[in-house]
Design a protein around this ligand. Structure first.
Ligand code: SF4
Length: 235
């Protein structure tokens, strides 16, 4: 269900002006999540009906490039993602989806139906038991691996993105992740935002310094065709 909307955004798809739609649930509970209020207290946010979204998109048709589906995790609502994506594409907009990568079947369906133009997939930690701490849940790492493989087939433009959470992401763990995505098209490293993190402990951590960020990007460049730093992010 969609419960929040940014009507015009310059920061949710590099180089594109977008409208951003937020789905209100997630199957993870990352301790550093910034959008936990929407997910845990969703009744505070009124539902936004598709007809209202459609009306607002049509009013912006001349200057909006695309629509971003984010959350939460959009694929918690697989059928709704399909129908919203069909509606968005029928209006002639580009579509981006942000995902935690734990729904490879739904992702594959969206790609095979040509309903998505860009996928941003989180890679939160090395692909082993450490992922559970980053996700705040015991997760099926095979599903993350399947989504990685699917995107690396290159049928849709994509980025992997890693939030540089202190204690979780360092030169060593970045190298471990890099080995699993070697040859990826784009790997974006994101600044850690302590304020408003879901877990109180994570609000005490400090953001990555400029020097660390440069070192991290240099490491990512060994593995991905494009590697870059992104200043601030909600995930
Ligand atoms: S950071 Fe993303 S994947 Fe993690 S709980 Fe928040 S919305 Fe879900």
């Amino acid at each position: 269900m969609i419960r929040a909307m940014i009507e015009t955004s310059l920061i949710d798809w590099d180089g594109k002006l977008t409208t951003v739609l937020f789905f209100d649930k997630c199957n993870f509970m990352c301790p550093f999540c910034q959008n936990w209020d929407l997910m845990l207290n969703s009744e505070k946010f009124p539902l936004i009906e598709w007809r209202d979204i459609e009306r607002k998109l049509l009013a912006r048709k001349k200057w909006i490039d695309g629509v971003v589906l984010t959350g939460g995790e959009p694929f918690v609502y697989g059928e709704e993602v399909l129908s919203v994506s069909r509606g968005v594409k029928a209006m002639g907009f580009l579509l981006k989806i942000d995902t935690n990568g734990s729904y490879p079947d739904a992702l594959q369906e969206l790609i095979s139906k040509d309903l998505v133009d860009y996928v941003a997939m989180d890679i939160k930690a090395p692909l082993d038991e450490r992922y559970n701490e980053a996700a705040g849940r015991n997760i099926d790492i095979k599903k993350i691996e399947r989504s990685v493989r699917l995107l690396m087939e290159g049928r849709v433009n994509y980025e992997f993105r890693t939030t540089c959470v202190p204690g979780m992401i360092n030169e060593g763990t970045l190298g471990e992740i890099g080995e699993r995505i070697r040859g990826a098209r784009t790997w974006v490293l994101q600044q850690y935002v302590p304020e408003n993190a879901y877990d109180e402990k994570y609000r005490q951590l400090t953001a990555v310094t400029a020097g660390e960020a440069r070192t991290f990007v240099d490491i990512a460049r060994r593995y991905a065709v494009n590697a870059k730093w992104r200043g601030r992010s909600g995930n």
